[in-house]
Design a protein. Structure first.
Length: 373
């Protein structure tokens, strides 16, 4: 067995001098791109126009997981928190954090649908603000005067750029619009400076600067399989965008939407999801709450367990899930054990900002001990 630890993964290959540029080869497609010293595989792939799956860009969600077939990489920025010991022993790597020190051969999925979409910054103006729930604020923004609308796909997200250089990622809750409007669902996190400001101070007419589109949590239309969508909390935002995309296409594929929250009041657009189910014969909606005292007659338990109770065999499905890392972590292995192929599991694990991630690493708390995004 090749030795593996939390800061580096070593397999066959000889290290080059750091002044060299390293070559990454994707086994399935044969595509190649170069990585300069100190650059992550994901950064280099994006620079080369190669679209690899990713979400958090912080090493905690596992969306960018790939298999290292040959070569050597290290993790000088953040430890690969999303990899367990068994995955590391089988040479799994996180492309958002892995920095090559030799040429690499990787087994990795590609998302060709987002390759031609350029990422850029633009100014936006808040046009609407309204309460979705006691701790969730809805926002609608339009490109500022002179700005071009973002070219994007349903399910992607943007980073809001703060004056102190920090970033806050937010999923876009609607599909592309002719006027460039984007909708966000912002949960107020206790102690969160930006979300507190959004809740208390931000008003229509204010300007925000964003960068995007980001992420590879997008619709896959090359299938006729039944679809399951699972959301946790404000993870409903990108699920809403993708489901509405399929509805607009007039898809006849079976759609099951599961939305989990702590109490019934946290399902802030439950009426919308129920309306989908009432109007579309091929769509069913399932609300699940974890706190029995706040159930208000709804199904109780964990949302991924509700999916498995209803669909014990997932081999014939495509499954999309979005929400906090703890939900993704719990569901991922269970869904694979139920027969869902890895390549048909698409997920958006809500990102922790770098300053919050630093708390995780410094305190060795792990993702389950911090507030949910």
């Amino acid at each position: 067995m090749i030795p593996v630890d939390r800061t580096r993964i070593v397999v066959r290959g000889h290290r080059r001098d750091n002044a060299h540029v390293f070559k990454v080869t994707l086994k399935t497609s044969g595509r190649q791109f170069s990585v300069v010293a100190g650059e992550t595989v994901l950064e280099a792939a994006q620079r080369a126009g190669v679209a690899l799956p990713y979400s958090c860009r912080a090493g905690v969600c596992g969306s960018c997981k790939a298999t290292l077939l040959d070569g050597r990489c290290e993790y000088p920025r953040n430890p690969p928190l999303a990899l367990n010991a068994d995955e590391q022993a089988h040479h799994a790597v996180l492309l958002c954090q892995a920095v090559p020190v030799t040429d690499l051969l990787l087994e990795a999925r590609e998302v060709t649908s987002v390759e031609d979409i350029a990422r850029r910054q633009l100014g936006m103006v808040v046009t609407e603000k309204w309460p979705l729930a006691p701790d969730v604020t809805g926002l609608r923004l339009l490109p500022a005067r002179g700005e071009r609308r973002l070219k994007r796909l349903p399910g992607q997200y943007v980073d809001v750029l703060l004056e102190d250089g920090k970033r806050r990622p937010f999923s876009i809750a609607n599909g592309p619009q002719a006027d460039g409007m984007i909708e966000m669902h912002v949960r107020h996190v206790a102690g969160g400076g930006f979300t507190s400001w959004v809740s208390s101070t931000l008003k229509p007419g204010d300007h925000l600067r964003v960068e995007g589109p980001l992420g590879t949590f997008v619709p896959r239309e090359d299938s006729e399989r039944a679809m399951i969508f699972m959301a946790g909390g404000t993870g409903f935002a990108p699920v809403k965008a993708i489901v509405e995309h399929f509805i607009a296409l007039g898809t006849r594929r079976a759609i099951q939407v599961y939305w989990g929250a702590r109490v019934a009041g946290d399902l802030y657009l439950r009426a919308l999801a129920e309306r989908w189910a009432g109007e579309l014969p091929n769509l069913a909606f399932h609300a699940v709450v974890s706190d029995a005292d706040g159930a208000a007659g709804l199904r109780t338990g964990l949302v991924h367990e509700a999916v498995l109770a209803d669909q014990p065999d997932l081999s014939g499905h495509d499954l999309y899930m979005s929400g906090p890392p703890a939900m993704i972590d719990a569901a991922h292995p269970r869904f694979l054990a139920a027969g869902l192929p890895e390549e048909r599991l698409y997920y958006d694990s809500f990102e922790y900002a770098p300053d919050v991630l630093a708390q995780i690493i410094a305190g060795r708390a792990g993702i389950h001990d911090l507030p949910l995004p």
